[in-house]
Design a binder for this molecule. Structure first.
Ligand code: SF4
Length: 276
């Protein structure tokens, strides 16, 4: 008997996966959209996904709702994730997706649509070594169709979706305490969601006996980063970077300048699943 074919597209709440969703809406009407919820997303992300559902005309499947970040943090013995030990991506993003495929799709062929753009040089979805899934085939429509970052902005505007509200101060989706955040984004979190900033602070650890400490942001604790003088310094640095980017390309919108600055600052590849 011929196997069925399913089409899945994972949303992060970020601009690229959202643009891909609206781009594919009429091209693959049977597309199934899913979002793996860490339980620690920004409120703006949930609001954006609700708007996206209206434009897509169908429900976005929410995975993970019972086992959030804190559940896995307990399982990990309290060891917080970092860019070197990224257990959160495996437990909260990749495994739930693979489990969903195993339980709901079985051996049917799955086309998995991934929002890597034509102007990016990145590696796509890699199944976990422990998985038995051989039926997931990645698809890169933006790469195939030559869609770049500028096209993504245009797609989002043309479809009436725009950008998530958090783009005013942060250009990546994902957990509010994500360790991939830049200094200026932490300042944004402090100013926009002081309650979430306090919760993020609560995860940081300091061992007074050994002097060891875990901080989300490299080289300083959130307590230190929240010092008014430090905030001022971070803001001055960001303004300088904005002015220099604006000089390079005067017609770009502020949001695009901010995205460019953040892209320039990245010295390691952020999480494809969380931040796309
Ligand atoms: S957003 Fe950041 S902290 Fe959250 S699961 Fe992804 S990599 Fe981990």
């Amino acid at each position: 008997m011929a196997k069925n074919v399913r089409h899945l597209l994972g949303l992060s709440g970020g601009k690229d996966s959202s643009a891909l969703a609206v781009y594919m809406r009429d091209r693959v009407p049977e597309m199934e959209y899913f979002f793996t919820d860490t339980g620690k997303e920004l409120p703006e992300t949930y609001e954006f996904l609700d708007r996206l559902e209206v434009i897509l005309g169908k429900k976005i499947i929410r995975l993970n709702v019972e086992r959030d970040f804190d559940h896995w943090l307990t399982i990990q013995g309290g060891m917080l994730p970092s860019s070197q030990v990224r257990w959160c991506t495996i437990q909260l993003k990749i495994r739930p997706f693979e489990k969903y495929v195993e339980e709901n799709i079985g051996k049917d062929k799955v086309y998995h649509y991934i929002a890597i753009r034509a102007d990016e040089d990145r590696v796509g979805f890699k199944p976990l070594k422990t998985t038995s899934l051989r039926n997931i085939i990645p698809k890169y429509p933006f790469k195939e169709d030559g869609i770049t970052k500028d096209d993504v902005y245009q797609i989002l505007e043309e479809k009436g979706l725009g950008l998530p509200d958090y783009y005013k101060w942060r250009t990546r989706s994902g957990c509010y305490f994500c360790f991939f955040q830049r200094k200026s984004e932490w300042v944004g979190l402090l100013e926009q969601h002081p309650d979430l900033f306090e919760l993020a602070k609560g995860y940081e650890k300091f061992n007074s006996e050994t002097g060891e400490r875990f901080t989300w942001s490299q080289g300083e604790s959130l307590e230190e980063l929240a010092n008014p003088e430090r905030i001022e310094q971070i803001k001055i640095n960001t303004e300088k970077a904005k002015a220099s980017k604006k000089k390079e390309k005067p017609n770009r919108r502020l949001i695009e300048i901010l995205t460019d600055i953040h892209d320039d600052e990245d010295d390691e590849e952020p999480c494809l699943i969380c931040h796309k």
